[in-house]
Design a protein around this ligand. Structure first.
Ligand SMILES: [Fe+2]
Ligand SMILES: [Fe+2]
Length: 234
């Protein structure tokens, strides 16, 4: 099932679909290529805990956008790493995992466990899809420590870290955080924006964060609320 659907209304009243550009000519549209599709097929069953599958796909999209702005980073390292980075949460009890990532969370041991186990699972999957051993070593090193390590090993590590953290301020990230911690939309935006920005490593990541947080702020502004009230009363 896809997340989009056909429209129910056409105010213009005629078909403009012949003017819609092909997907591969549109700057910024991304999808999983053959290698990443193969990795995803093996990774998905390890990502069913706590929306980690959707988190990983959104972070993959963010990583692709960052790669377009950070040409020194290597997609052969960054993209497998972002797809696989959280597979290790599959080895942690779901409730315990929430405690580990909660504000002021008290289970740093579980953060380390998901990194270590994720590195192990990633190595198995990358071996299975014939990624070169030298690349596997680099990818696994990035995954092992991706949350607990506050410094970056390389530009590839920086892009992976930024893609992971930027998800927090995406619409999906904010919605998931609401449910995790019982927050309203505004509280979730403030928590996610505050936690994400200072941890970013790239200028492109900081610019993306500012844009996403600004959009979220406008979405939750009293002025936007009155726009929606006007539309509902029409
Ligand atoms: Fe993680
Ligand atoms: Fe993550």
């Amino acid at each position: 099932m896809t997340a989009w659907s056909r429209p129910r209304i056409n105010h213009l009243g005629r078909d403009v679909s012949a003017r819609i550009p092909p997907r591969d000519t549109v700057p910024g549209m991304v999808w999983l290529g053959e290698r990443d599709e193969a990795i995803w097929r093996l990774a998905a069953s390890y990502l069913t805990v706590r929306d980690n599958d959707a988190h990983s796909l959104y972070s993959y999209g963010i990583a692709r956008a960052l790669l377009s702005q950070v040409p020194e980073a290597d997609e052969r390292i960054v993209l497998p790493a972002i797809l696989l980075h959280d597979t290790g949460w599959s080895t942690v009890d779901e409730q315990d995992a929430l405690e580990a990532i909660a504000p002021g969370g008290g289970r740093p041991d579980l953060v380390l466990q998901h990194e270590r186990e994720g590195a192990r699972i990633a190595r198995e999957i990358l071996n299975a899809v014939d990624v070169p051993t030298a690349d596997i070593d680099i990818i696994v090193e990035i995954i092992d420590g991706h949350d607990s390590r506050t410094t970056s090993l390389s530009i590839n590590d920086s892009v992976v870290k930024d893609a992971d953290k930027l998800w927090r301020v995406s619409p999906h990230g904010r919605a998931v955080v609401c449910d995790w911690f019982g927050l309203d939309d505004d509280e979730a935006l403030r928590l996610c924006a505050y936690r994400a920005y200072d941890e970013l490593f790239t200028d492109a990541g900081r610019a993306m964060s500012r844009a996403l947080v600004a959009l979220g702020s406008m979405q939750l502004s009293p002025q936007m609320a009155s726009v929606y009230r006007r539309e509902e009363s029409q």
